[in-house]
Design a protein around this ligand. Structure first.
Ligand SMILES: Nc1nc2c(ncn2[C@@H]2O[C@H](COP(=O)(O)OP(=O)(O)OP(=O)(O)O)[C@@H](O)[C@H]2O)c(=O)[nH]1
Ligand SMILES: [Mg+2]
Length: 226
């Protein structure tokens, strides 16, 4: 083996070791479903940091949560939109929460139900002091949706920190299609925002984006506990 090959292989080994180490530190070892709550003031009061997953009905919130937790049936998945209707809490490693929130933009919903959803979400997002960051899920397979842009803009008005997770990337035929669709969504958002938040490309089917999301959560939690 020549010197540069040895150096490259050493570097790769070192990088792998670092990745394994980071992954071992932040991996999800225990997940406990704590409960479903109809309003913010009934949610857990132990002060642990939490990360909320929100997006249009059927975008893949529950699937992404299952993928992150390495469990198939933790959060209920359905091909029918509107499955998740309350604030669902999952306690991770006794240290932090994932919150599965009911989706927006579901057309076949009564006006009364929509108003209830708006009230519940507004109260949760405005008053939940332990909420560290909202993950806004956007389907990477469809053009920018007004309901996504509207919701993201409302987070800005409420000053809720958020990041974006593009979902169902496995359904796109290739990298080019992926870049193109995500590019369109970004362009639309940049009409309202000066800069974009951190973004993650995910597939619950294939496990894409898991390491990146868990690393991000670990970093936020480390800063919070300082
Ligand atoms: N191919 C593919 N399908 C996915 C992925 N994530 C979710 N799905 C499918 O999309 C549908 C909706 O998934 P859910 O996880 O229930 O979506 P949700 O956002 O929790 O839906 P609601 O709770 O009803 O708002 C299901 O049929 C999933 O199997 C993904 O990464 N890839
Ligand atoms: Mg759901």
């Amino acid at each position: 083996m020549n010197r540069s090959v040895i150096a490259a292989s050493k570097k790769e080994n070192a990088e792998n070791e670092v990745n394994i180490l980071i992954f071992a530190i932040m991996d999800i070892k225990e997940t406990v479903f704590v409960g479903s709550f109809p309003s913010e003031h009934q949610c857990p009061k132990d002060g642990l940091p939490e990360f909320a997953f929100i997006g249009r009905s059927n975008v893949g919130k529950s699937s992404l949560i299952n993928m992150l937790c390495g469990r198939k049936n933790l959060a209920h998945i359905s091909s029918k939109p509107g499955k998740t209707q309350m604030l669902n809490y999952y306690k991770i490693n006794h240290e932090w929460y994932i919150v599965d929130l009911p989706g927006y933009g579901y057309a076949k919903i009564s006006k009364k139900k929509r108003q209830e959803w708006e009230r519940m979400m507004h109260n949760y997002l405005m008053h939940r002091v332990t909420l560290q960051c909202a993950f806004v899920l956007i389907d990477a397979n469809v053009p920018p949706q007004p309901s996504d842009i509207e919701f993201i803009n409302s987070l800005g008005e409420m000053r809720v920190p958020f990041v974006i997770a593009y979902t169902k990337l496995d359904r796109l035929k290739d990298e080019e299609a992926c870049k193109q669709n995500i590019g369109l969504i970004q362009q639309e958002l940049l009409q309202y925002w000066n800069e974009l938040p951190q973004q993650f490309e995910t597939s619950a089917e294939r496990g894409w984006g898991r390491t990146e999301i868990l690393k991000f959560i670990e970093k936020v939690n480390t800063q919070t506990l300082k």
